[in-house]
Design a protein around this ligand. Structure first.
Ligand SMILES: [Zn+2]
Length: 64
């Protein structure tokens, strides 16, 4: 059975996952980094949304 590795810093994590309170990360620091990346990705998606992708506004109703 090959040892687990931290997905953030690639540190080998021998033993059982139960030994790691921050599993699947090796430490609280890596957990925080992962969370930060995830949040940054979310923000980037929102900010990068081109205006063309927004649904067009309905035409103004000029009839009376
Ligand atoms: Zn790590």
């Amino acid at each position: 059975m090959k040892p687990m590795r931290c997905p953030i810093c690639d540190t080998p994590m021998p033993g059982n996952w139960q030994d790691y309170p921050d599993y699947p990360f090796c430490s609280k620091r890596c957990r925080t980094i992962d969370l930060g990346r995830w949040l940054n990705e979310e923000y980037r998606i929102v900010e990068a949304a081109p205006e063309e992708d927004r649904p067009p506004l309905p035409p103004p109703d000029e009839q009376e």
